[in-house]
Design a protein around this ligand. Structure first.
Ligand SMILES: [Zn+2]
Length: 148
């Protein structure tokens, strides 16, 4: 049996016979589920990045933590396409492909590791997609541990 850690806060959440099991603890999941109800000011107060996308990938909201991580200014990204205009490094199967699958499917959330390629260098991150009607909240934080 291998220890299973929360992919978001790294708290030990249990044991699994599968070595590389992913999961999010209940506290983190509760916090994430509240994201769709937050105001812009409340999104800005979060300690991790949040990007709200419509199903075409248009950026509807971009919070302060994400702006700090990426070095991009909110007013320059809202209304543009995330995959083609804002973060072209994400227009790959691992991110945009997963996003399309997620939009077509019915999972409430999806968690995966990714590496952003910013002009300042690569940054490994933990990503969570959360469904909010026809829109998707993308939560982002710097990954802990070795890059994948
Ligand atoms: Zn957690």
């Amino acid at each position: 049996m291998a220890d299973v850690f929360c992919a978001w806060c790294r708290a030990l959440i249990g044991q699994s016979p599968v070595d590389h099991s992913h999961g999010i603890c209940r506290d983190c999941y509760q916090q994430m589920r509240g994201i769709p109800r937050l105001s812009e000011a409340e999104l800005d107060a979060l300690p991790f990045g949040v990007i709200i996308l419509d199903e075409r990938g248009t950026v509807l909201a971009y919070n302060k933590a994400e702006s700090d991580l990426s070095g991009r200014i909110r007013t320059e990204v809202v209304g543009r396409n995330f995959f083609t205009d804002v973060a072209p490094c994400t227009s790959v199967q691992a991110f945009q492909g997963g996003f399309r699958e997620f939009c077509r499917g019915d999972e409430p959330s999806r968690t995966f590791r990714f590496t952003f390629h910013f002009p300042t260098g690569p940054i490994p991150v933990q990503i969570v997609f959360l469904r909010m009607g026809s829109e998707v909240a993308v939560a982002v934080q710097k990954a802990i541990g070795p890059p994948v």
